[in-house]
Design a protein around this ligand. Sequence first.
Ligand code: ZN
Length: 541
Amino acid sequence: MQNARFVCLISFFLLVTLHAQNQPSQHFDGKSWWDYVKVLADDNMEGRETGSDGLKRAETYVVEQLKKAGLEPAGTNGFYQPVKFESRQIVEKSSSAALIRNGKLEPLVLGDDAFFGTRVDLAPEVEAPLVFVGYGLRVPEKNYNDLQGLDLKGKVAVLFTGSPEDMPAALASHYQSASERWKPFREAGALGIITIPNPAAMDIPWSRMSANRTHVSVELVGAEFNETQGYKLSMTFNPEKAERLLSSSGHSFSEIVELGKARKPLPHFPLNVWIKAKTKVEKKPLESSNIIAKLPGSDPQLKNEYVVLSAHIDHIGIGEPINGDRLYNGAMDNASGSAVLMDVAASLKQSPEKLKRSLLFVFVTGEEKGLLGSKYFTAHPTVDSKSMIADINIDMFLPIVPLKVLTVYGLAESDIGDMVREVAQSQGLTVQPDPEPLRNSFIRSDQYNFIRHGIPALAMKVGFEPGSPEQKIFKDWLTQRYHAPSDDLNQSVDLSAAGKYEDVIRGLMVAVANEEKHPQWKAESFFRRYAQSGGAPGSAN
Ligand SMILES: [Zn+2]
């Protein structure tokens, strides 16, 4: 808190005079936002791990605030929508991995060379040849298939994350999502995937990725949610050690890194090694809840339609200590977004502005476990699924520099993009599409589940211009604080940026709620297909 940068008075007055005409009566000052963040990211909330008491305490607080603000409950149990999960934890001392080269076993050091992923139902034992599959992507729209002509039956694929440069970001993101990634491999009869992260697009260093590898993973209970049938082995391999996988294959890993960095096509070839893996996983039932609140609209017809504002409230709890701190507070990720929901909900409830449509405020659990709370909510919504006409999602919007540029994920995909452009411009901001498509941000938060159900959606963050000094601030933030205990209350935030961001969110909610027509997907948008097919049934597609 003591490090927070406060609003400079001059810029505040400038802001007020510039935007007085186009603005709703109220401006957010960032302080009410920060007050909420302080509660949700307090040590007492223990990092809000899905299924934990800390998250329950945070949710109790949110529900109290919503009640106090006069919002209506819209869950299945008051404001709550309980969700059933299974937790999985790898028991490393009973697990092992090795490469087999010319019949000889070369043990891998778990954590150092590679680690197991428990998002899939790992088979106790797998022994299989390896095949390098480049980016491992199949994108029918671009007539692109890394798996073409490869024999993967009974084998484990090794892929390098990323995509070729002519692949549109939205398509590349979509086909790298958990639900899409596995499909072509399953059809090819593969047993699993070893993923080598592309060093050009790693948010956090290997040491930090690896540090939390024995943390529990969580899956939704129910066959409708199982998208990884047949996926028996999932591993992530340290790129600094990946030369071992490729040696004597006729290719070198450094060649792959160079090509991948430039997003050039990658070769595909069998590797000269096999993988041998043994795993033990402990499974337990777990329960957690989404929170859903409603603000009814006033138009007799349109009030039956909902504009959704969503944010995940969970974070990653208590983990491996970094600099002596084991508590992953998740202040920006995503106490910050949940705080905006509470602030905007309270403000709109008090507002003299009439809303034609109803608003739904959805605080989801399980985001950090793979967008699970939103996956459940969109499969089992607490209002008629056809009545949700848009989703605006907020996840880690990072008000750590002054807000001048708004980065919008999904800007060109639907009419909401045009609406946000208008609202932002009326507040003196410029908008830009995702400047870092390799980071797959469009599918990395809860908006994606709404999209898969045909609902136009977008997410936005405080942005930076490529090459600007702010870019380094964001890069440093990701390296040092993202998913680290230092994403806590003892970091510098820009309250003015947070307030302006809230103004945009509020303005956009009002605009979508009162616009005569529903937002539509653009004719050329890839994601339009979900609206036309009636959306993802459960999550079976
Ligand atoms: Zn996160």
